[in-house]
Design a protein around this ligand. Structure first.
Ligand SMILES: *[C@@H]1O[C@H](CO)[C@@H](O)[C@H](O)[C@H]1NC(C)=O
Ligand SMILES: *[C@@H]1O[C@H](CO)[C@@H](O)[C@H](O)[C@H]1NC(C)=O
Ligand SMILES: *[C@@H]1O[C@H](CO)[C@@H](O)[C@H](O)[C@H]1NC(C)=O
Ligand SMILES: *[C@@H]1O[C@H](CO)[C@@H](O)[C@H](O)[C@H]1NC(C)=O
Ligand SMILES: *[C@@H]1O[C@H](CO)[C@@H](O)[C@H](O)[C@H]1NC(C)=O
Ligand SMILES: *[C@@H]1O[C@H](CO)[C@@H](O)[C@H](O)[C@H]1NC(C)=O
Ligand SMILES: *[C@@H]1O[C@H](CO)[C@@H](O)[C@H](O)[C@H]1NC(C)=O
Length: 563
């Protein structure tokens, strides 16, 4: 039944579900299920099995890919916005996506409320306001400085939900609604559920996610294209991982940065992201304690606590429109996730207008709480997970190979100057949001840790650790190298989603209006951090931490490590 395009509502599907025709198929290590119509689904109640496997019009001879006659093809000079423009172009919207015009009870969002920025790591990236991180300076080169190099790190674009969720998980809720559809009745604001189908896949990029990376590639070429001029007899090496969304994020970035065809313009290193493979861009794959729920992923109980507070009213309200099914706080939290995921996957979600502005602020903060304790300054493994990439950064900045492979670094790749060049003016690394947050922790960007262990009883008034600003879909960090008149040493500064971050948590880096620090000072501090971070102890050691607020770190270190 591959041609089926009908929409099956929950109630239609119930019939097939009760008939029990459910098969199993192993694919990429996940359990996918077949629905009765023969298509595999990831909990989706509606699947389009596209493209057709045997299209009758596929005749390559009639569709040659190169017919010549391209016309004239001269190229011009490389753009250099970062050096030449008096201002900096910002990313202000998510083209193609819709936020609903009204929230709960027909409430119109207030003027400065942007729903798409209230989803933590599920928000599309946008330019953070100048000064938001404490440095009132724009990313373009300060006067009398010129940019001599860039180390760029970015996350993948918007994706479907991951196959695994420690709290929430849209496909689980969809599956339950689907299975129990004869038993419940939805009315009022929930009435749409009677015809709703779950359309999301798992893990891979959405169309909007592809666009994000293409656009990011274009914008980086406009800003930093001039750095390519210094590659006179080698090509730039960009790195990503083997995981589907990582690989295709990198290729979409390349399509934006270099244009199609990009194959002859750079070299794409695809590192293996899998259990047991050393990989600084997926370090959790070789760190035992990072995969232990009570140590490496300790954020979940904190989120559960906070959700119990900010979603209590929403749960009661939604329950009153939902007969025959018992809604938990987690279900209601999942409906908020559903809003974010549906929007970035299919452009719009009816779930979004179930909630108030305050409940969306609560959701955004839930993400801060989760990542603070699981991947950031409140995680006992965060610094160690970030340290491999710091070792690589130091190697690149000092043009010297890594001394000892004693963390997540991979000697085979990093000790070979072809796969890991050390003297290039431009580096591009693609990774996950958790790794970006690990790197921020390992670098010692402690201005983001000022509010200390995040509370689960209320949203603190001062919030520097905002995941929607630090690790959204397409999040990116520019490590700029600058040469400035009047400053004898080369300078480095870090720009996160277009806002300059303070480096004052890094030993020796003094307060600076432009957020710059002398490169030698920065390197010395990072070497000290590398020397102090014991991957083997953090990842394989027999330490333990109690659950809850009884124990805390604000440096991303386990018990027994003091600064
Ligand atoms: C890049 O090349 C230009 C022109 O040759 C030179 O002036 C500049 O110093 C080089 N920059 C770097 C980072 O090597
Ligand atoms: C519907 O509810 C009844 C009574 O609680 C229960 O026995 C039955 O299993 C439920 N059916 C489904 C499909 O969940
Ligand atoms: C290092 O990376 C290479 C290339 O991806 C891989 O074959 C090798 O297994 C990795 N080494 C370790 C120790 O993970
Ligand atoms: C997690 O670590 C704790 C404490 O070291 C240990 O008791 C527990 O067995 C570990 N859990 C798993 C799943 O390995
Ligand atoms: C992989 O990482 C381990 C732990 O840090 C290290 O002992 C080993 O040498 C690394 N292997 C390679 C090939 O880099
Ligand atoms: C890193 O941060 C800690 C905690 O704020 C501080 O004590 C330490 O001096 C910093 N270390 C370096 C090398 O920057
Ligand atoms: C790991 O190697 C670095 C040199 O690259 C060294 O400074 C550090 O002390 C080593 N870590 C441990 C725990 O031995």
């Amino acid at each position: 039944m591959r041609a089926v395009r009908r929409v099956y509502s929950l109630r239609d599907l119930l019939v097939s579900f009760v008939a029990g025709v459910v098969g199993h198929l192993q694919s990429h290590g996940h359990h996918l299920q077949y629905d009765t119509f023969g298509a595999p689904y990831a909990g989706s109640t509606q699947v389009h099995d596209w493209p057709p496997t045997k299209p009758t019009n596929r005749d390559p001879a009639l569709f040659p890919s190169n017919v010549g006659h391209a016309g004239v093809t001269p190229t011009g000079a490389e753009p250099a916005l970062i050096a030449t423009a008096p201002m900096y172009p910002t990313q202000t919207s998510a083209p193609g996506l819709l936020a609903p015009p009204t929230l709960h009870a027909g409430q119109r969002p207030s003027k400065d409320f942007d729903l798409l920025k209230k989803w933590g790591n599920l928000s599309p990236w946008y330019s953070v306001r100048q000064g938001a991180f404490g440095i009132d300076s724009s990313p373009e080169a300060p006067e009398s400085c010129r940019v001599t190099g860039l180390h760029f790190v970015h996350r993948h674009g918007a994706r479907y939900p991951t196959s695994w969720a420690s709290y929430g998980g849209p496909s689980l809720l969809a599956g339950r609604l689907h299975k129990t559809a004869t038993n419940w009745t939805a009315k009022g604001e929930l009435e749409f559920l009677n015809d709703w189908t779950y359309k999301l896949g798992e893990e891979v990029l959405t169309p909007f996610g592809r666009q994000q990376l293409f656009d990011l590639g274009v914008s980086m070429r406009l800003k930093y294209g001039f750095l390519l001029e210094n590659f006179t007899n080698t090509l730039p090496v960009y790195r990503t991982e083997s995981q589907d969304r990582m690989l295709y994020s990198a290729l979409n970035f390349a399509a934006g940065f270099f244009g199609i065809p990009y194959e002859d313009k750079y070299l794409q290193s695809i590192t293996i992201e899998d259990t047991g493979f050393n990989n600084t861009l997926a370090p959790y794959k070789t760190c035992t304690n990072a995969n232990n729920a009570t140590k490496g992923d300790r954020g979940t109980p904190f989120v559960r606590d906070w959700a119990g507070t900010y979603l209590r009213d929403a749960r009661d309200r939604l329950q009153s429109n939902f007969g025959g099914i018992e809604l938990s706080i987690e279900d209601v939290y999942t409906m908020q996730q559903m809003c974010a995921y549906e929007t970035v996957a299919i452009g719009f979600s009816a779930f979004c207008s179930l909630f108030t502005e305050a409940e969306w602020e609560g959701f955004d903060y839930a993400m801060d709480v989760y990542f603070w304790y699981s991947s950031g300054f409140g995680s006992p493994v965060a610094r160690a997970l970030g340290i491999g990439w710091i070792q690589e950064l130091v190697a690149r900045l000092t043009h010297t190979p890594i001394e000892t492979h004693n963390s997540s670094t991979n000697a085979t790749l990093d000790d070979n100057p072809t796969t890991f060049p050390l003297s290039d003016p431009l580096y591009v690394d693609a990774t996950h949001e958790v790794v970006v947050l690990n790197i921020i922790t390992a670098l010692n960007l402690t201005s983001f840790a000022e509010e200390g262990p995040l509370p689960t009883t209320h949203i603190p008034s001062k919030r520097t650790y905002k995941v929607s600003q630090l690790a959204p879909f397409g999040t990116n960090m520019q490590f700029q190298l600058l040469s400035c008149e009047g400053r004898p040493e080369d300078q480095i500064r870090i720009v996160i989603n277009d806002a300059v971050a303070p480096l004052t948590g890094i030993e020796g880096c003094e307060a600076d209006g432009h957020g710059m620090c002398p490169v030698p000072t920065f390197i010395a501090a990072q070497k000290k951090i590398v020397a102090k971070t014991d991957w083997n102890y953090v990842c394989e050691g027999k330490w333990d931490v109690p659950a809850g607020h009884e124990w805390s770190t604000t440096t991303g270190d386990p018990p027994g490590v003091e600064w």
